[in-house]
Design a binder for this molecule. Structure first.
Ligand SMILES: NC(=O)c1ccc[n+]([C@@H]2O[C@H](COP(=O)([O-])OP(=O)(O)OC[C@H]3O[C@@H](n4cnc5c(N)ncnc54)[C@H](O)[C@@H]3O)[C@@H](O)[C@H]2O)c1
Length: 356
């Protein structure tokens, strides 16, 4: 078990515990009669280990789909919690990936004017990235992540055993966010992770060391800028393009994989616009490409991609706000781009190259 982390937030400090024994002893989660929201796949795969949680009549089991985290589908979940006589001091505990996290965090922000909540991340993406940082993001119809709050959990329990059952594409999704975080940290940090890319699959200790390191890198930024008004914006690297890819492919590409494709697009467009020396694009390409290889042939309709990019909430009224690596040290930063014909041509070229 590795040493935990403490993260500072506007609600006070909260802790990340690395607890490999959690599945052997989930009773430790039951103190205080919490209400659980559990991913349906996790409930099925871990029905024996989590029986103490799943047998509670108040536990809600929901499908982890993008539709489930739409505001319309969250209302029935709140209705069930109210019918179960939820009280503020009971607290909520989410067990699942980023979707369950977003739902639990959003409900905990608003129900009874705010409740404590805890999170047990079960995907690599949630363990290495989304579990810290306070954000909840909820969809409105097809518009992804347009509703949200800042509300950190009180405690997070990272248990590596959950990763055993993840599908390959979900492992790639988590590694995608880890590559992003390491690229933000430094050229050397990205290159180290890229060099270990193949070894990560068979070496759980190495993988968990990078999970912890990803959280440590993210910690510096979210403690400085919890509400995402400045320096934390760099964490959107790969995300403007990534969200647009998810939306244009009807969520056919997992989030963190779309982020890897988004990073590849941002890198290439940065080179085409004279912002980034080509050697950085070439340096990062093999690891990014490996991570999105099985989705490279997914058709990304250009008009749908551009229309989704135009809806990004970071944009100003006339410009796209995109995150690019720039300069000799590939520093990640914010750039405003006019969505003109030249930009459209660049996107078309890059989408074509990625599929080739
Ligand atoms: N709030 C944030 O800070 C934040 C950050 C990043 C991403 N997100 C959101 O998170 C979502 C993506 O989350 P995610 O990638 O963690 O996955 P997810 O919650 O979408 O789950 C992916 C799939 O893995 C399954 N699953 C979960 N745990 C499993 C396990 N242990 N074994 C087998 N299958 C398991 C789920 O049932 C689902 O089918 C997106 O909606 C994204 O917008 C939120």
């Amino acid at each position: 078990m590795s040493e935990g982390l403490t993260i500072k937030s506007h609600k006070g400090p909260y802790s990340v515990f690395f607890n490999d024994e959690l599945l052997a002893n989930p009773e430790q989660l039951l103190d205080g009669q919490p209400n659980f929201i559990v991913d349906a796949n996790v409930a099925r795969l871990y029905s024996n280990q989590l029986s103490a949680v799943l047998n509670r009549s108040s536990t809600l089991v929901i499908d982890a789909t993008e539709e489930s985290k739409s505001i319309a589908r969250i209302i029935p979940v709140i209705e069930k919690l109210v019918a179960n006589k939820v009280r503020r001091d009971h607290g909520l505990i989410g067990i699942g990936g980023g979707i369950i996290q977003d739902i639990t965090c959003f409900i905990a922000s608003t129900l009874l004017r705010g409740m404590n909540w805890k999170f047990v991340p079960t995907t690599l993406l949630a363990q290495a990235d989304s579990c810290i940082g306070s954000k909840s993001s909820i969809n409105l119809g097809y518009t992804k992540n347009i509703l949200g709050t800042f509300n950190p959990p009180n405690e997070i329990f990272v248990c590596a055993a959950f990763l055993e059952t993840l599908e390959e594409q979900e492992v790639c999704s988590g590694i995608g966010e880890m590559l992003k975080v390491h690229a933000i940290d430094s050229v050397a940090a990205f290159d180290r992770l890229a060099a270990d890319y193949d070894a990560l699959r068979g070496d759980r200790r190495l993988l968990m060391a990078y999970v912890r390191q990803s959280l440590l890198i993210k910690k510096q930024y979210i403690e400085d800028d919890e509400f995402d008004r400045g320096i934390r914006n760099v964490f959107n690297y790969g995300h403007s393009f990534g969200h647009a890819i998810e939306s244009a492919t009807d969520f056919g590409v997992p989030h963190g994989v779309a982020v890897t494709m988004g990073m590849a697009m941002a890198n290439r467009i940065a080179v085409l616009r004279g912002l980034l020396p080509e050697r950085h694009f070439v340096r990062m390409r093999p690891a990014l490409r490996k991570n999105y290889a099985r989705f490279a042939a997914t058709g990304i309709p250009l008009d749908a991609l551009l229309s989704a990019l135009l809806k990004d909430k970071k944009n100003t009224s006339s410009k796209l706000v995109l995150i690019f690596p720039t300069g000799e040290d590939a520093q990640i930063g914010r750039h405003e781009v006019v969505p003109d014909d030249a930009f459209r041509d660049q996107c078309q070229m890059v989408v074509g190259e990625m599929a080739a």
